[in-house]
Design a protein around this ligand. Structure first.
Ligand code: FES
Ligand SMILES: [Fe+2]
Length: 412
């Protein structure tokens, strides 16, 4: 059954007082920037989230400040500000804002300067840094929610890599492609041929899903029966509201973690993290898939050139004509769906099982929120235990066995 327009809007729209945006703002830490982009006393970084503009900067002592981009005086961009002495100084009239949000100088005010400083309504937000990422809490009320301390955040740098790409698509399209196991063996079939484990996804393009709800969201097994009767199983997790923890391409312990974060209703940042526990990542997993800047969107070109699709390469056997990276294929496809895909016109099949559950859980969170319940992450969630796992199982072996034991079972 196709989705109603009302539900499509409720799931996708995040700006202003849209209910999904309110949940994200109040009940979740939001990945905002790469830590490495913020240098002590360096240029402040413009950050747009949920349709609002902010500025992030690293102060002299290493702390990160996170303010509204618009100066509270008359709206000059604080991305232009001087970053010095653990504070930003607006260029226009020199007002000075300390990294912790205190207003410490208002050079243009004649009288009662101290009281005036206290009255300036600078909006500043709590941040945390983990896994090479600056996270911000944009909410109001009783304090920040539990922090999503995923497994990779405790690893040495050579064991994980974080990328981000900005695209012209609604956030939910990013999450949906993350959780859509069925496309892995179709869209990515030319890329996965070199990936021993994941190449098996192309051998059976109709995975059967078994889904289990969890306190954090759900996990599912995408099960592909192979010609010899064994089953290639990928166990992935959806973690509310925007994380997918996905089995790595090979049978090593680790995961890929993807999150699609709304810049506004029609743009998103697609974050990808890959990590491996037993060894440093291999070189080709460390390389970036484009050298593009964060903005404009890093997909190659636009619809007028079919995003640079290489038809000659397709004639020579490449399935999609996007040789850059399999994430390029994802980004092009979800951009091609239009900025907000019209879900009232979809025609779903059994291969869409995981994304149907994902939408239902998000709708449930919206309903709970409307009813006054707080859809914050449960304090009891142990994010570090959520891992994507894959393996080849004999017929009759329960897929849950893959998850029971951290050691060895990911291997064939
Ligand atoms: S606009 Fe920033 S100090 Fe005047
Ligand atoms: Fe994909």
């Amino acid at each position: 059954m196709a989705m109603t327009k009302t539900d499509n809007d409720r799931l996708t729209l995040v700006e202003s007082d849209a209910p999904m945006g309110v949940i994200m703002r109040n009940h979740h830490w939001i990945p905002a920037a790469l830590s490495e982009k913020l240098i002590e006393d360096g240029a402040p970084l413009r950050v747009r989230l949920l349709g609002e503009d902010f500025v992030a900067f690293r102060a002299t002592d290493g702390r990160v400040g996170f303010f509204d981009e618009a100066c509270p005086h008359r709206g000059a961009s604080l991305a232009l500000a001087r970053n010095e002495d653990n504070a930003l100084r607006c260029l226009y009239h020199g007002w000075k804002f300390r990294v912790d949000g205190e207003v410490i100088e208002v050079a243009t005010q004649v009288e009662h300067v101290r009281e005036f400083c206290k009255s300036v309504p600078l909006r500043h937000f709590p941040v945390r840094e983990a896994g090479g990422i600056v996270w911000v809490w944009l909410g109001e009320g009783s304090g920040p929610p539990a922090f999503p301390a995923f497994e990779f955040m405790g690893l040495r740098p050579e064991h994980y890599i974080v990328h981000k790409q900005i695209g012209h698509f609604n956030w939910l399209q990013g999450v949906e492609t993350t959780m859509d196991s069925a496309h892995a063996g179709v869209l990515h079939q030319s890329h996965v041929t070199n990936m021993g484990g994941l190449s098996l996804a192309a051998k059976n393009q109709a995975p059967v899903y078994e889904i289990e709800d969890q306190s954090y969201g759900f996990r599912y097994a995408g099960i592909r029966t192979l010609d010899d009767g064994t089953r290639y199983v990928r166990v992935n997790s959806f973690v509310l509201p925007w994380f997918g923890v996905i089995a790595p391409r090979e049978f090593y312990p680790g995961s890929a973690v993807f999150f699609s974060i709304p810049i506004d209703n029609e743009h998103s940042t697609y974050w990808t993290v890959r990590y491996r526990l037993d060894a440093p990542l291999e070189k080709d997993e460390m390389t970036t898939f484009t050298d593009a800047a964060d903005w404009p969107p890093a997909v190659p070109g636009g619809p007028e050139t079919n995003w640079g699709q290489d038809r000659e390469l397709m004639r020579r056997g490449h399935f999609t004509g996007f040789p850059q990276h399999l994430t390029t294929e994802d980004l092009v496809i979800i951009t091609s769906q239009k900025p907000i895909v019209n879900r009232t016109r979809e025609f779903l099949n059994s291969g869409d099982g995981a994304l149907i559950r994902l939408r239902r859980q998000l709708l449930n969170a919206l309903a709970a929120s409307a009813g006054g319940a707080i859809p914050s992450p449960d304090d009891a969630i142990n994010y570090a235990n959520i891992r994507g796992v894959s393996g080849v199982l004999q017929a009759g072996t329960a897929w849950q066995k893959l998850c029971d034991n951290d050691e060895g079972l990911q291997r064939r």
